[in-house]
Design a protein around this ligand. Structure first.
Ligand SMILES: C[S@@+](CC[C@H](N)C(=O)[O-])C[C@H]1O[C@@H](n2cnc3c(N)ncnc32)[C@H](O)[C@@H]1O
Length: 194
């Protein structure tokens, strides 16, 4: 990864508890979703709370996730969802208006620069990536373990990206109109495919 930022790699494993993402989208998330253009690709949609919010508001959207249990839950809540990695071939490549990397999903693949590059290929020109960031720090490469109802579902490479690392990372991946915003204490990075 080469975004001109210090990158720290370690052996840490963060636990991602699927239960945390079973609640409905909150009022702040709904406001964020209202600002997005369609169609929306929710990358790493988990049990589908964001996807359900989009679907129930009639917004064109698709969720993708590697974990079969997450995909089953997301499908049950409504909305279109595929059990697929973001690095696999996907429908409408090059035509998505928005790609979401919420809840730290900029960490998917353990290579934020590579993920942003892949996401750029999924977006149409002028399409936007929206990524949730850590409030501080640079880029940290680690591993995650998805825990579903107390059981290990699967492990995958993961990363965290601090708000200060967003601009150089997105610029190196070829995005323009790069900005960050704060929504109810959470930090989001937004950037547009040139
Ligand atoms: C932080 S959780 C997602 C929470 C979700 N955004 C929500 O609101 O409910 C991270 C998700 O990324 C998924 N994931 C990990 N690697 C992936 C990949 N390569 N492609 C797609 N999804 C992936 C995991 O299975 C997990 O469900």
């Amino acid at each position: 990864m080469s975004a001109g930022q210090a990158v720290v790699a370690d052996e840490a494993v963060v636990e991602l508890h699927l239960e945390r993402w079973r609640a409905d989208a909150d009022v702040h998330e709904l406001r964020l979703l209202a600002s997005l253009r369609e169609p929306v690709l929710d990358v790493g949609c988990g049990p589908g709370r964001i996807l359900a919010a989009l679907h129930h508001r009639g917004r064109a959207s698709l969720g993708i996730d590697l974990a079969p249990s997450a995909v089953r839950e997301a499908a049950a809540r409504g909305g279109a969802v595929l059990c697929r990695s973001v690095f696999d071939p996907l429908p409408r490549e090059g035509h998505w208006a928005t790609a979401l990397l919420l809840d730290g999903n900029i960490g998917i693949g353990g290579d934020p620069a590579g993920l942003l590059d892949r996401v750029r290929s999924l977006l149409r020109p002028g399409g936007e990536v929206v990524a949730e960031l850590e409030p501080a720090g640079g880029t940290r490469l680690l591993h995650a373990r998805l825990v579903v109802d107390g059981n290990d579902e699967h492990r995958f490479p993961w990363a965290t990206v601090g708000v200060g690392a967003w601009e150089p990372l997105a610029a190196a991946a070829g995005y323009t109109r790069i900005r960050t915003e704060r929504v109810a204490g959470r930090r989001f990075g937004r950037a547009v495919r040139a």
